[in-house]
Design a protein around this ligand. Structure first.
Ligand code: AMP
Length: 429
């Protein structure tokens, strides 16, 4: 007995209707990214393990799909696209005039525990902005992420913006070196309070820095309010205040982009080691536990990958989650993509004629030929079940007059149409 095969755990099949929705959302994202000057790139599905693990963060490393190829090379399926795109930049684009603005839409792989909104193969759509050292660049990527969701018609989303530079600087003042900061950031990202306190203790962070950090992490709300509290809390700490001022300039630049309604949240740390300054996350609260639909910020990765330092920022949408959020709001995602007409031969020997008619009709209307060689009534039933609005019947009698019979499936009305006039028939929906 042969076994039926099932999909690997955490992966999905997409049927035509769902693919049409996915392609529609992809199309809107492409349009908005391109309207801001970003151009599409594509990188391989697998990369060297070393590239993927450089500054990637513990969580990513733990969930990696990695393998050796036949020549014993260590490779990994990409868990995200920022590192691959930075590699592409160093290999191919580093001499290009700045800024370099690229976007991608591609599948990613993480060996995580599957649940609603969390898969082992999922898609990310994101942008990377390379070159401009100014706060306006960080603001642009936040504005672009928001503009994309607005264009898609998503209503229920919340934008939380923080600044990792502020957190890293507090740790630095407390004597914590960069490599020791990453596990701390990870614990903050995961909201693991006990682990965080344990780490701060282990790293012998002075009590004062510890309490400033823990208080800062709790600050969340409208920008003016949070910034006021942060300034008061950080008084006298020049280095940290400089980072806070940088952050304030980003928020100010967001105003130029007409962005408002976000929340400042200094507790955002992101789970990847390469983030440096502004960080942001977008949530769709309707999605429950897996509500984060976008994550991004400014980061530093080119040097780690053997390139020259260059300011970089970007974001990645969890494409599948954006789709889930839109569907949860009942958004209509694109029009009906199916065929608009079914060309049916009414008689055994007329299939060839039907194929010929369909070929010319197809120039103006997506249509399908009934290839089943079945009775007309069966073919009509098929058109009905697939919601095909027109049936073009090829009959001996009509053909003799140079005509075909066009049936409107909604009303049942039928009329003769000259074969040469078929190009101008319209579907009334
Ligand atoms: P990250 O690269 O971890 O910052 O993730 C960026 C976005 O990808 C997140 O905001 C999620 O929306 C999405 N994402 C991450 N992991 C998964 C997953 N396992 N399944 C579906 N979406 C994911």
């Amino acid at each position: 007995m042969t076994m039926a095969f099932t999909r690997p755990r955490g992966t999905r099949d997409f049927l035509p209707e769902e693919m049409a929705r996915r392609r529609y959302v992809e199309g809107v994202m492409r349009e908005v990214f391109e309207s801001f000057g970003y151009g599409e790139v594509q990188t391989p599905t697998f990369e060297s393990l070393e590239l993927i693990t450089a500054k990637s963060g513990e969580d990513i490393r733990r969930h990696l799909y990695h393998f050796k190829d036949k020549a014993e090379r260590d490779l990994a399926l990409r868990p995200e696209l920022t590192a691959p795109v930075m590699r592409l930049y160093i290999n191919e684009l580093k001499r290009s005039p700045k800024p370099v603005k690229v976007y991608y839409i591609g599948n990613c792989f993480r060996y995580e525990e599957p649940q609603s909104g969390r898969y082992r193969e999922f898609w990310q759509a994101g942008v990377e902005l390379i070159g401009p050292p100014h706060e306006e660049a960080e603001a642009e990527v936040v504005a672009l992420a928001m503009a994309t969701l607005e264009r898609l018609g998503l209503e229920g989303f919340e934008v939380h913006i923080g600044h990792i530079g502020v957190l890293r600087r507090i740790l630095e003042d407390g004597g914590v070196r960069e490599e020791d900061q990453n596990p701390v950031m990870n614990a903050i990202d995961k909201g693991e309070e006990a682990a965080l306190k344990g780490l701060l203790e282990k790293l012998q962070v002075p009590e004062e820095s510890r309490s400033v950090l823990l208080t800062i992490l709790e600050l969340e709300g409208p920008s003016r309010e949070v910034l006021g509290k942060a300034r008061a809390l950080l008084a006298g700490r020049t280095g940290v205040l400089e980072e806070l001022e940088r952050f304030e300039r980003v928020l100010c630049a967001l105003g130029f982009f007409g962005v408002e309604g976000y929340r400042v949240d200094l507790g955002i740390a992101r789970g990847l080691d390469y983030y440096t300054g502004t960080v942001f996350e977008i949530y769709a609260p309707r999605l429950g536990a897996q509500k984060q639909i976008c994550g991004g910020g400014s980061y530093s990765l080119t040097e780690t990958l053997g390139g020259a330092p260059v300011p970089t920022c970007g974001f990645a949408f969890g494409f599948d989650r954006v789709l889930l959020a839109l569907e949860a709001e009942g958004r209509k995602l694109g029009g009906d993509k199916g065929p608009k007409a079914l060309v049916v031969p009414a008689g055994k020997d007329l299939l060839g004629e039907a194929i010929r008619v369909a070929a010319s009709l197809r120039k103006s209307l997506p249509c399908e030929v009934d290839l089943m060689k079945r009775k007309l009534v069966k073919a009509l039933g098929y058109a009905d079940s697939r919601g095909i609005p027109l049936v073009v019947i090829i009959g001996e009698e009509e053909l003799a007059k140079g005509c075909v019979l066009v049936r409107d499936m909604k009303t049942g009305a039928q009329r003769d149409v000259k074969v040469e006039d078929l190009g101008s028939i319209k579907v009334h929906e």
